[in-house]
Design a protein around this ligand. Sequence first.
Ligand code: ACO
Length: 328
Amino acid sequence: MRETAVGILGTGKYVPERRLTNKDLEQMVETNDEWIVTRTGIRERRIAEPAQASSDLAYEASVRALAAAGLTADQLDLIIVATITPDMFFPSTACLLQDRLGAKQAAAFDLSAACSGFIYGLATAASFVKTGMYRRILVVGAETLSRITDYTDRNTCILFGDGAGAVVVGEVPEGRGFRSFVLGADGSGGELLRICGGGSRLPATEQSVADKKHFLEMNGRDVFKFAVRVMGSAAEEALDKAGLAKADIDLLVPHQANIRIVQAALERLGLSEDKAMVNLDRYGNVSAASIPIALAEAVEEGRAKTGDTLLLVGFGGGLTWGASALVL
Ligand code: ACO
């Protein structure tokens, strides 16, 4: 029996209008444009309006992805939202999105794997379609990281932005679709990147707010070392599993955390800079939304075309990592 080919039917992205530039940050913390650009590659990020939550950004990206796929919301069987900044603990952002879209036939849940969440979501969606349980699945990465960023901490506030990216996953013609997935986790490194307040371990109190326990905290240097290591190894493993060579990659779509991390991955893969989709200069790190925004933008710009071989690779809190080789 022929195996079902599962792939991406349409992509969409949405970023808020408001820009936070390096010059703006110079007014807020002891930093400067030159330091931020040379150490990270980031020049500006988008910031959601006070009335916009993650589900609002997710909605805009999802409408565009559905239009690109030529589908209506009532044709969706499942909605997966990867986020570390849900609108609230529950209902899930996926349920809020399901209602807003009018996707009445769809089941819905959120997925938590930090910046690797979108690739975890894709792997989950692809597996559901392969088994025949669902036909069309919306996978969204949506974040309002500005809400969990401490704008007095120069180590982190320069890095993050807001936005959302979405894809519809379903059956595609033979020869296209996902060729491999690699997912990984190392919970022993959880302390390197986290928000420790607000959950059952440390519920919100006046003290937890005063101690800034509801902001993202990070050991940048250790995360950097981890990122360089796993981006390379996950990318190579995804290629091996897919039976592809490095030279087969038309476009690398990496997590957009830091240009030096992307460059290290390119070096390990022996690829030139023009082989990577990079938009972190304009959006910063948007966690689970970074890869789908970059993917949607690559499609919009004609850098990723039907039939191209793409390699998606990311890492994040957890610690987690993920990669996927696919033919668009
Ligand atoms: N402006 C000026 N100086 C700064 C700034 C800043 N914004 N931030 C830090 N510095 C200083 C530090 O205090 C330090 O000074 P010191 O040597 O006197 O102590 C110096 O610059 C160097 O600091 P490092 O931390 O060594 O700088 P590094 O080159 O490692 O860059 C960075 C820091 C950009 C955070 C880098 O480590 C990085 O990108 N790490 C990975 C971050 C990441 O990808 N996080 C993923 C989050 S994803 C998620 O799950 C949400």
